[in-house]
Design a protein around this ligand. Structure first.
Ligand SMILES: [Zn+2]
Ligand SMILES: [Zn+2]
Length: 341
């Protein structure tokens, strides 16, 4: 089969490798759509630790080709999405209900072969059927949606109180839609790029602002002068965290969702956090939220994301397109029979 493998040192090759063989508890899959995200570009640039040689692709929608003899509840021909994590089961987080914090977790597309290939084998427990009528690109977004759902669980925003989302890339856009579903009001989105502000509006943001401008007046009028009860950093930057703190209401909750450079340091006042009783929350991966994300696939305005697709031979171009932000979401379509969208 053809597969796109990362070999370390920035080397990405489209290769012919042996088809994977499913065991009795596995499923054999034909990946149909695989989302490209910042993690993929970080793997190839060496900023995200992987285990080469490895087939990339962790946001996977695939068709079931065969099921192992001990697998129930999955049918050949079904479209599924892959929950891309395996946990060790032996560490303290794994054995105390916080498996996503497992230090030995392994992910298809990072440590194990992922979806940018004509075939993929995963344990059947990681394959989640999607509802009829969901296109493969939307099904491939289950993984990032599941991360957002976990983030919203952490943030636990109140309905009827103002919420801010910094950054309207694909994750910020999903966060805006989830905040609307949760009843936060108004939902205010900040992004310096006009195309992303436009996406924020289409995803349902009530107010959309350019953070490079002086927005003091707009924020005061959106929040009744109180500041935001909840703020989501979907950028990953120390400057955004500082802004999030300064725009928070008393008792405000701040979710750090975006991936920042590990070297960045924020300038925060512990006294301010104490005095205003602020809560700053981290969020990691998507524990127990993949199924919930599947049930949201037809409730979120995912068709508003402008997509672009590439074949397996176009992965370097797709990564370049991801870095350049030429579409809201980029996909790889690994099956040769399908014409690229
Ligand atoms: Zn991703
Ligand atoms: Zn573990």
């Amino acid at each position: 089969m053809k597969a796109v493998r990362y070999h370390g040192d920035g080397t990405l090759l489209l290769e012919d490798i042996a088809d994977p063989r499913p065991g009795p508890e596995d499923v054999l899959l034909a990946p149909e759509a695989v989302g490209v995200c910042g993690t993929d570009t970080h793997i190839v640039s060496g900023h995200f630790v992987s285990r080469p040689p490895v087939v990339l692709g962790h946001e996977i929608a695939a068709r079931v080709l065969a099921v192992g003899e001990r697998v129930d509840g999955l049918d050949v021909g079904q479209l599924i999405t892959v929950e891309p994590h395996l946990y060790c089961g032996r560490c303290t987080p794994c054995q105390t209900g916080r498996q996503h914090l497992c230090p030995d977790r392994r992910a298809p597309g990072v440590h194990l072969d992922g979806g940018m290939a004509e075939r993929l084998v995963v344990p059947a427990t990681l394959a989640y059927p999607v509802p009829d009528g969901v296109p493969a690109e939307h099904a491939a977004m289950t993984e990032p949606i599941a991360c957002c759902v976990h983030g919203m669980d952490r943030l636990a925003p109140s309905s009827g109180l103002p919420l801010a989302v910094f950054g309207a890339g694909p994750a910020g856009a999903i966060m805006i839609a989830l905040a609307k579903l949760a009843g936060a009001y108004p939902v205010v989105a900040f992004d310096p790029q006009e195309t992303r502000r436009d996406l924020a509006r289409r995803m349902g943001a009530d107010v959309v602002l350019d953070p490079r401008q002086d927005v003091t007046h707009e924020v005061a009028s959106a929040t009744g002068g109180d500041g935001f009860a909840a703020v989501i950093d979907a950028v990953g930057s120390a400057r955004v965290l500082e802004q999030a703190v300064s725009m928070s209401a008393r008792g405000g909750r701040i979710l750090v969702f975006g991936v920042s450079d590990p070297a960045e340091r924020a300038d925060l006042s512990p006294n301010d956090i104490y005095q205003r009783e602020l809560t700053i929350l981290g969020t990691a991966l998507n524990p127990y939220t993949h199924r919930r994300a599947v049930s949201l696939l037809q409730r979120l305005p995912l068709h508003e994301l402008r997509t672009r697709s590439f074949g397996l031979d176009g992965v370097p171009d797709a990564l370049e397109a991801q870095r350049g932000g030429v579409a809201d979401k980029i996909f790889i379509r690994p099956q040769p029979t399908e014409a690229p969208a």
